[in-house]
Ligand binder design. Structure first.
Ligand code: IFM
Length: 427
């Protein structure tokens, strides 16, 4: 096989969305206070059934699987590691390896240990040290079996949902706090990057690759001819899509308003993870504070009549993945699509979604853009945060009463694309 062309194929998931019974994190607490449609409960019981789930992924030809460590299991109290839970994730990683599936490990996918949350979560400066310590420990324990690491999942989505929209814990509505969270997360990423690579020198022969999974969207002006809309699009693209990676690579955070912060390391990414779902039309809102990033409008320049949507109303726009890959290629790093998927009750719509997005990913590859993998979100139907269990994203259907797994036709269709790719890569 031509390894230069090796492309990672698989699916992604996160601990709280599939494992079940994550009783020591902020989400469990939030759920028990009645803040969601339905609580996560036992979820897909993936904590106990991961072996069965990975065998299915293997049967579908997956060569990579992205999952997250549940920090609240591993460090249930500040500074106390659970040897039992570290052994659990060691087994998870080794099970993947035995099936020749590359583990891609996210250190933090939204959920926080309760002690961390009670100490102020990501608004507190200590979060940087806590996170870097956790990241180093993860490499000490799992580094010999894990090459690909993602420090954080979707930092801007987290800050927005938890600190601006207030629909995720801690349910606040403060722009100032949201910016503190972003700053601390970028600092934590840069610190973790440095400490993880140092730790890896002791445990891993070939080194590790560290990145972050960024939620990205193409933005378009609501009115093509409006300079204000175009300015808002420019500023929003800079903030949401590029600020994290640009800061990590430059070693400084340059906040809007010229507020500058130095980081503990620079060049702090070995690859870029992009999570892509949809696009947004943006309209000018003013120049003061957060207004400068504009606001979404729904009848924009880009909107087509009867646009296709997923079951949560997000617009389907396959070409967007190509535009984003092109935009991020400028950083000169390999790019993995760490999430792309659709929630729908029409599996045929999912099959078409996958085919269309993959064709744009491969168009980008043919144009020389270093797209290095595609991970569908998600392997299984799972707990979709504030929206509960009704959105169905899985290649595999989960029956939440019996916990039976059933592969959907779209899962098999994606398996066919993988098999075709593998055959072609052999020659
Ligand atoms: O389920 C989420 C995931 O946790 C983060 N990215 C988007 C997915 C779909 O909303």
């Amino acid at each position: 096989m031509n390894t230069e062309n090796t492309f990672l194929w698989g699916a992604a998931a996160s601990s709280h969305q599939v494992e079940g019974n994550n009783t020591l994190n902020d989400w469990w607490d939030w759920e028990s206070r009645g803040k969601v449609k339905e609580p996560s409960g036992i979820a897909c019981d993936h904590y106990n059934r991961f072996g069965q789930d990975f065998k299915i992924a293997h049967s579908l030809g997956h060569t990579a699987h992205r999952f997250s460590l549940e920090w609240s299991r591993l460090e249930p109290e500040e500074g106390r590691w659970s040897a039992f839970e570290w052994a659990h994730y060691k087994e998870v990683v080794r099970t993947l390896r035995a099936l020749k599936i590359e583990p891609i490990v996210t250190l933090n996918h939204f959920t926080l240990p309760l002690w961390f949350y009670k100490n102020g979560g990501w608004t507190d400066r200590r979060s940087i040290l806590y996170f870097a310590r956790f990241a180093k420990k993860a490499v000490d324990v799992l580094g010999e079996d894990v090459t690909y690491w993602l420090t954080l999942n979707e930092p801007f989505v987290y800050a927005f949902m938890a600190y601006i929209k207030g629909v995720w814990p801690p349910g606040e509505s403060s722009c100032a706090k949201a910016f503190m969270v972003i700053e601390n997360q970028i600092q934590a990423h840069a610190s973790a990057y440095k400490d993880m690579h140092e730790a890896a020198r002791k445990v891993s022969l070939n080194g590790i690759k560290v990145g972050a999974a960024l939620s990205v969207s193409p933005f378009f002006p609501c009115r093509e001819e409006s300079p204000g809309d175009r300015l808002a699009v420019f500023l929003r693209n800079n903030l949401y899509n590029h600020m994290f990676i640009r800061s990590a690579l430059n070693g400084i955070i340059l906040f809007p308003g010229f507020h500058i912060r130095a980081l503990r390391s620079r060049r702090a990414a070995d690859f870029i993870g992009l999570n892509y779902y949809s696009y947004e039309n943006i309209r000018y809102k003013g120049l003061g504070g957060y207004d400068m990033f504009g606001e979404p409008c729904y009848l924009g320049h880009h909107e087509k009549a009867n646009e296709e949507k997923n079951s949560l109303g997000w617009r389907v726009y396959p070409e967007g993945v190509y535009l984003l890959l092109k935009d991020f290629a400028g950083y000169g790093l390999p790019i993995i699509i760490t999430e792309n998927g659709i929630c729908t009750n029409d599996d045929n719509q999912r099959s078409i979604f996958i085919k269309d997005h993959l064709s744009w990913v491969f168009k980008a590859r043919s144009a020389g853009i270093p797209a290095a993998g595609y991970l569908y979100w998600s392997l299984l139907d799972n707990f979709e945060w504030a929206d509960g269990y009704s959105p169905r994203f899985g290649l595999i259907e989960t029956d939440y009463t019996t916990l039976t797994r059933t592969v959907r036709p779209s899962g098999r269709i994606m398996a066919d694309y993988i098999a075709d790719y593998m055959k072609a890569a052999l020659f």
